[in-house]
Design a protein around this ligand. Structure first.
Ligand code: GDP
Length: 323
């Protein structure tokens, strides 16, 4: 078993019992004001969605992938390069089955990853874990606040959903587009409030209708959000607001990972216990996300943002949601 390298989850936003939020400025300073990254352009990848649907699990694979990318190139990275012999135990963000522990607030992974960009110098990729939606300990408004905040902070928001995209999951998006958009109305006059949204549908079980991956996901999403006169008015309003609020919206359909991953309490994240189909698509998804031409640099007022200035930006966003 490989020993874990340096790196740990650090909580930057806390949500308190009285439903207020606070920022851990000291933890954020340690992360973003490091001399080796302070002046580098930054890509912030967040994973959000319903609790217990594999968000932290996915983020830990991102950590593994990005560590391997340090010693390789996107072209040379195949499954074997970063998954190894498939016996490593998955560590990193807290993940696992059961229904007791849930991630609350917003967490960053403490290791920034320097990644080659197609036209810029190296950029810094940061990974963010967000409180699970619809968890039993928080109100809808609590969850929506954290979701909106994480969508504002990130340049890529991965919305992790299970089986298909349901109306209640879209509902919360409408809330955040309204909430986040109006919170930013006076702050950020240039560009759309949010950058990339990627619906990640886990356990997709209709590959004959829409194939796994990005292409099938695109067709499925288009159908799901198609604006039509007989559509539910709520769905119609969401379908119309997404392109107004996000610069780009994609969807990726993931196969089932296999029974060991989905059902076994003792499953420890070994790749060898996952279905081949799932492994292939996990690799494909990460290869797309971190491909040099696909990296989405965080923007502010239409300008690329540096890690150091992301600090100020997060401070401002948190204040918006405190008032
Ligand atoms: P989070 O609360 O969304 O962060 O969920 P976790 O990452 O802690 O994972 C919760 C459980 O889901 C774990 O037991 C994982 O083994 C399992 N899991 C991970 N990925 C998948 C998936 O794609 N499908 C299913 N059905 N289970 C998964």
């Amino acid at each position: 078993m490989a020993l874990p390298e340096a790196g740990r989850p650090i909580q930057i936003v806390r949500q308190h019992d009285d439903h207020t939020i606070s920022l851990d400025e000291s933890a954020l300073t340690d992360l973003l004001k490091r001399q080796d990254i302070i002046d580098k352009k930054v890509v912030v990848v967040s994973v959000a969605g319903v609790f217990r649907k594999g968000k932290s699990f996915l983020l830990n694979f991102m950590v593994k992938y990005l560590r391997s990318l340090r010693c390789s190139t996107p072209e040379a990275m195949d499954e074997q390069t970063w998954m190894g012999d498939g016996t490593d135990i998955l560590e990193g963000f807290h993940w696992g089955g059961g229904c007791e522990r849930v991630t609350t607030g917003i967490w960053f992974w403490s290791e920034p990853f320097l990644v080659k960009h197609s036209i810029e110098d190296d950029v810094v990729v940061l990974l963010m874990d967000t409180q699970g939606l619809f968890n039993p300990h928080s109100t809808t408004r609590d969850n929506a606040t954290i979701f909106a905040l994480s969508t504002l902070i990130s340049s890529v928001q991965i919305y992790n959903v299970s089986n298909n995209i349901q109306l209640n999951e879209l509902d919360i998006l409408q809330f955040i587009t309204a909430y986040g958009g109006s919170a930013l109305a006076d702050q950020e006059p240039i560009g759309k409030p949010f950058q990339r949204l990627l619906f990640l549908v886990r356990d997709w079980s209709h590959p004959d209708d829409h194939s796994y991956g990005m292409e099938g996901g695109g067709v499925y999403l288009k159908k799901r959000l198609q604006v039509s006169p007989d559509q539910h008015p709520e769905l119609r309003s969401i379908a119309e607001s997404l392109p107004r609020c996000f610069e780009s919206v994609f969807c990726y359909l993931m196969p089932l990972p296999g029974m060991k991953v989905a059902r076994t309490q003792r499953f420890n994240g070994q790749v060898k216990d996952m279905e081949e189909d799932f492994r292939q698509h996990l690799h494909e998804l990460l290869a797309i996300l971190f491909y040099e031409e696909e990296l989405v640099i965080k923007q502010h007022n239409g300008q690329p943002m540096l890690a150091g200035s992301l600090f100020d930006c997060i401070q401002t966003y948190v204040q918006l949601f405190q008032s």
